[in-house]
Write a protein that binds this ligand. Structure first.
Ligand SMILES: [Ca+2]
Ligand SMILES: [Ca+2]
Ligand SMILES: [Ca+2]
Length: 184
């Protein structure tokens, strides 16, 4: 399969790849996804064995299983950057893959990040997310402000889904969700 992946998508998927590649060895493995889930839970003090913790671990495991099943073109049990980018840019992910992978993660993430239980994500809750916590404050505030499309001062579930969908699907360079992991 050869097709040109739009540059904007390549930049976003490269960024996502680097965030998933917990041990930085340039390939994604099952261990990277487990480590990402564990790191995320630890940032919010959620035990891995709790109901919320198990949901998050299951969501990351499900994303890994979908990726390795669909994207591992050379069947070596791990994902190269090229395999990862080609799958995320391809038709299968865009039509079916998103809901069961990134979409599911969005829902379990809200459950964990919403530490005060008001059903939405405050800036402080947002700033605790690994990957986002490492951004400079001005970049993080810009991202939060753009993602809060109804200017309520919080991110609601609809905004989180929209942000994730923008990030994975949109080729619009000004889509707010492009900034979910910081500037491109
Ligand atoms: Ca592979
Ligand atoms: Ca909250
Ligand atoms: Ca909002």
């Amino acid at each position: 399969m050869t097709f040109a992946v739009p540059d904007i998508l390549t930049r976003k998927f490269d960024k996502r790849f680097a965030l998933f590649d917990a041990d930085g060895d340039g390939v994604l493995t099952k261990d990277d996804f487990e480590a990402a889930a564990v790191r995320f839970l630890a940032a919010f003090g959620v035990p891995a064995g709790s109901a919320k913790g198990r949901d998050v671990l299951a969501a990351y495991a499900s994303m890994w299983n979908a990726l390795i099943h669909s994207a591992d073109n050379d069947s070596d049990g791990q994902l190269s950057r090229a395999e990862f980018v080609a799958y995320l840019a391809g038709d299968e992910f865009r039509t079916n893959g998103y809901a069961v992978t990134a979409g599911r993660i969005a829902e379990s993430i809200l459950a964990v990040c919403d530490t005060d239980g008001d059903g939405r994500i405050s800036y402080e809750e947002f700033a605790t997310i690994p990957g986002i916590s490492a951004l400079p404050d001005d970049e993080r505030r810009e991202a939060f402000g753009r993602l809060d499309t109804n200017a309520s001062g919080h991110l609601e579930l609809g905004e989180i889904h929209a942000a994730q969908r923008d990030f994975y699907n949109s080729t619009d360079p000004d889509a707010p969700g492009n900034l979910i992991f910081g500037r491109l």
